[in-house]
Ligand binder design. Structure first.
Ligand code: SF4
Length: 92
C-alpha cells in the first residue's frame, strides 16, 4: 500500500512539528515498506525502525497523538499502537 501520509514520504519543513521525519531511517526506503500487508512485512519495517533510528520515539509519539491507524511507526505496528493507547487510557 502506498501512502503520502508516511514518514518516508513526508516533505522536509525544518520549522514544522514533523521536521524530525527527515532524519528517520526510513528516508532511504519506499513508503510502501512501512505499510506492509502481512506479518513478514511488519517485521521488516520494524527492523529498520529498531536499527537505531534517531527519531524513533518522536515517530511513535506522533503516530499515537495523531491516531494514525495504518502502517509501522516508531517500530510499532497498528496493533501495537492500539495496545499502547489502550494502556494509556487505562492508566489515566
Ligand atoms: S521509527 Fe521507523 S517509521 Fe519512524 S522515522 Fe524511524 S524508521 Fe521511519
Amino acid at each position: 500500500m502506498q501512502s503520502n501520509n508516511s514518514v518516508a514520504a513526508a516533505p522536509v519543513d525544518a520549522d514544522s512539528t514533523t521536521a524530525w521525519m527527515s532524519q528517520g531511517n526510513c528516508r532511504n526506503y519506499a513508503p510502501a515498506v512501512f505499510f506492509p500487508s502481512d506479518g513478514v512485512g511488519v517485521d521488516r519495517a520494524r527492523k529498520i525502525c529498531n536499527n537505531d533510528c534517531p527519531v524513533k520515539d518522536q515517530c511513535l509519539e506522533y503516530a499515537l497523538e495523531q491516531r494514525i491507524e495504518h502502517g509501522v511507526w516508531g517500530g510499532a505496528s497498528e496493533r501495537e499502537r492500539r495496545r499502547i493507547l489502550k494502556r494509556r487510557k487505562l492508566a489515566v
